[in-house]
Design a protein around this ligand. Structure first.
Ligand code: C5P
Length: 227
C-alpha cells in the first residue's frame, strides 16, 4: 500500500482539524496541525514582547525566532501529537482568544512562515501525513496527492468555534468569536506571503449542511480512491 500526502486547507473553524484527525487515525497517518505551530510562535512572542494589536514589531519577532523550538509529541491517550513550545506543553494555551487575536498578524511575517514551512516539509517528507492549515496544498506540499479545501458559512464557523470555547469553560461572547473569525479570514486571504487560496487541483467541500459522519464518509472514500 502506498502512502500519500493529504493537504487540508480552508478558512478558520471549518472543521479542518476534526476531519484531519479522523483521517489520520483511520489511515494510520501522522496528523500535523500547522495552525498550532503559528499559534505557539505567537504565544512565545506575546510572552516575550507583549505583542498586542498596536505593537506588532516584525523586526523584534524575527530577532527572536532562533530561540523558539516548536515540536509535536504524540499523546497516546488522545491519539495525536500535542504541541510543545521550548519543552512546555502549550496545547491548551494556544487556543485562548488572546492568541487567536494576534496569530494572523504574526503568521503574515515572511520569516516566520519560512521557518515553519521548512519544518512542515520535513515532517511530511516520508508521506503518510495529513496536514491542515492555510497554505498546505499551495506552498508546503504543492504535489500532494489529495488536496481538500474546506468551507462553511461565516456564522456556522463562528457558532462552532463559540460552542467549542464555551464547552472548554472559556468566557467569550458569540460576537467576539464572530469578529475574530472574520478578521482572521480577512488577514489570511489578503496577506502578501502565501495568502489563503484554494489550490487549482483542490476539491472544495462545503460542510455547512453536513454532519460529521457524512463529511467523514465522503472524504474517506475520496482518500481511499487515491491510495
Ligand atoms: O488553524 P488555526 O485556525 O489554528 O490557525 C491559526 C492561524 O494561523 C490562522 O488564522 C492563520 O493566520 C495562521 N496559519 C497560517 N498558515 C497555516 C496555518 C495557520 O497562516 N498553514
Amino acid at each position: 500500500e502506498t502512502k500519500i500526502t493529504i493537504a487540508i486547507d480552508g478558512y478558520s473553524s471549518t472543521g479542518k482539524s476534526t476531519v484531519a484527525k479522523q483521517l489520520a487515525q483511520k489511515l494510520g497517518y501522522v496528523y500535523v496541525d500547522t495552525g498550532a505551530m503559528y499559534r505557539a510562535v505567537t504565544l512565545f512572542m506575546m510572552r516575550k514582547l507583549f505583542v498586542s494589536a498596536t505593537t506588532l514589531n516584525s523586526e523584534a519577532i524575527v530577532r527572536h525566532l532562533p530561540f523558539i523550538s516548536v515540536k509535536f509529541v504524540f499523546n497516546p491517550k488522545k491519539g495525536f501529537g500535542e504541541i510543545y513550545l521550548n519543552g512546555e506543553n502549550v496545547e491548551k494555551e494556544i487556543r485562548y482568544m488572546e492568541v487567536s487575536e494576534q496569530v494572523s498578524k504574526v503568521a503574515s511575517i515572511p520569516e516566520v512562515r519560512k521557518l515553519l514551512v521548512q519544518q512542515q516539509k520535513e515532517m511530511g517528507k516520508d508521506k503518510g501525513v495529513v496536514m491542515d492549515g492555510r497554505d498546505i496544498g499551495t506552498v508546503v506540499f504543492p504535489n500532494a496527492e489529495l488536496k481538500l479545501f474546506m468551507t462553511a458559512s461565516t456564522e456556522t464557523r463562528a457558532q462552532r468555534r463559540y460552542d467549542e470555547l464555551i464547552q472548554r469553560g472559556d468566557k467569550v461572547s458569540f460576537e467576539e468569536v464572530l469578529k475574530n473569525v472574520k478578521e482572521r479570514d480577512y488577514l489570511d486571504t489578503t496577506r502578501d506571503d502565501s495568502p489563503l487560496i484554494m489550490a487549482k487541483d483542490a476539491l472544495e467541500i462545503d460542510n455547512s449542511n453536513l454532519t460529521l459522519e457524512e463529511q467523514f464518509g465522503r472524504i474517506l472514500k475520496i482518500a481511499e480512491d487515491k491510495i
